[in-house]
Ligand binder design. Structure first.
Ligand code: S3P
Length: 438
């Protein structure tokens, strides 16, 4: 949305991270709270909503389809649900900015509506693969046009009666799983989705929270179309994917000790904790509790002596958004870190394997990309000017790398940090990062 403006992060080397930090709300849960709240019967009160560009794109899209939504006001949002059949045809194309979650989940939700919808995105989103959602939706009877190459814009033709399918995902993707399940709400009969490895299950949990019957049997989730959603209240925990930057920062920097408060620790999201522990991080999970159907805890991380590891492949989908930060941890670890089975990283907001390797190499680290991962030799990092390619998580990862660099770090193209982490610069500088913007 704002990616045409070159916001640069400038970091002085060194420093440490300390204090109690509450990072913004979970992006995945924020998106879903607007989607399900909009289709519910009754009024949904959300607190802790992420006021980032991505979740705001979802919010605006539902407003454009006639849903009355108050806020956000300090993380509080009130959604006046219109019921399963209450959405209205939007006057213009829905602009989903940088947000893959919005376009993929909404493809499912909107495929069975009576009206046509056009969904567009920014330069990054316009390059991302959508056949992974349009293929199963076509099997359900949806009519969707995409650009050549199966990328956005997507044009959904209204008026198709969807039918349930039994679908095995070709890749571990919560977005694709959610898309098919959400289309299943509007389909005749049962929709069954089987995943090759566990991925985040916020859609399944939240459907249950809204009173919609969904069954889970091993790797398969099943629901039947034609039910109703009942409004509920949602307390969005802090996003573990945003907390991850501070976990890595505190682990690599000397004299650091941070307490990350109220972090969502859904077991389908905690790969970053497991991987950092395997690397030797001093990390403590305390005060575990359940808030609105999602497990939450406080996480303390202190300066640690990290070692390189072979990252277990089963942890990859559980840490899929945290690899840019984990690559920085690997660069600061003693020895070699090897990641395999992570091809999906190449089709995120940027090619995260290549872009991270390029930046780490500029900082003097030996990083060798492979088709499905990377091999990183821990070492000493020098200052450098690196490019985030408009990818929020790349920008924040290199910001943390400055804690261990011997010279200044300049990161280009950082405006999209606002997609997931508004206020990053001020929160990180309060914690001790020597960061400014230019
Ligand atoms: C998300 C799922 C993940 C993740 C993305 C958010 C979600 O994508 O990378 O940031 O909210 O469902 P995939 O499911 O495509 O891996």
């Amino acid at each position: 949305m704002f990616s045409e403006i070159n916001v640069r992060f400038c970091l002085k080397p060194g420093g440490s991270l300390n204090g109690q930090i509450r990072v913004p709300g979970d992006k995945s849960i924020s998106h879903r709270s607007i989607m399900l709240g909009s289709l519910a019967e009754g009024v949904t009160h959300i607190s802790g909503f992420l006021e980032g560009d991505d979740s705001l794109a979802t919010l605006k899209a539902f407003r454009a389809m006639g849903v009355q939504i108050e806020g956000p006001d300090n993380g509080k949002v009130v959604v006046h649900g219109v019921g399963m059949l209450g959405l209205q045809s939007p006057a213009a194309a829905l602009d989903l900015g940088n947000s893959g979650t919005s376009i993929r989940l909404m493809s499912g939700l909107l495929a069975g509506q009576s009206f046509d919808v056009e969904m567009v995105g920014d330069a990054s989103l316009s390059k991302r693969p959508m056949r992974r959602v349009t293929d199963p939706l076509a099997l359900m009877g949806a009519k969707i046009d995409s650009a050549e190459g199966g990328t956005p814009p997507l044009h959904l033709h209204g008026g198709s009666q969807l039918k349930g399918i039994d679908y095995t995902l070709p890749m571990a993707s919560a977005q694709v799983k959610s898309c098919v399940l959400l289309a299943g709400l509007y389909a005749e009969g049962q929709t069954r989705v089987t995943e090759p490895a566990p991925t985040r299950d916020h859609t399944e949990r939240m459907l249950q929270g809204f009173g919609y019957a969904i069954e889970r049997d091993g790797a398969t989730a099943t629901l039947s179309g034609g039910g109703v959603l009942k409004a509920t209240d949602i307390d969005v925990p802090a996003d573990i994917s945003s907390a991850a930057f501070f976990m890595v920062g505190a682990a690599i920097a000397e004299n650091s000790n941070v307490l990350l408060e109220h972090v969502g620790i859904n077991p389908t999201r905690t790969g970053v904790i497991d991987i950092l522990r395997l690397m030797g991080a001093e990390l403590e999970v305390t005060n575990e509790r359940v808030v609105g159907g999602e497990p939450v805890a406080d996480i303390r991380v202190a300066s640690s002596k990290l070692k390189g590891i072979q990252i277990p492949e089963e942890l990859v989908p559980l840490a899929i958004d945290e690899f840019p930060a984990l690559f920085v941890a690997a660069a600061c670890a003693e020895g070699e870190t090897v990641l395999t089975g992570a091809e999906e990283l190449r089709v995120k907001e940027s090619d995260r394997i290549q872009v991270m390797a390029d930046g780490l190499i500029k900082m003097g680290i030996k990083a060798e990309p492979t088709p499905g991962g990377v091999v990183i030799q821990g070492g000493s990092m020098r200052g450098a000017e690196v490019d985030s390619h408009g990818d929020h998580r790349i920008a924040m990862s290199f910001a943390m790398a400055a804690l261990k660099a011997s010279g200044s770090v300049v990161i280009n193209d950082c405006a999209n940090v606002n997609t997931s982490f508004p206020g990053f610069v001020s929160l990180a500088s309060q914690a001790g990062l020597n960061i400014s913007t230019k």
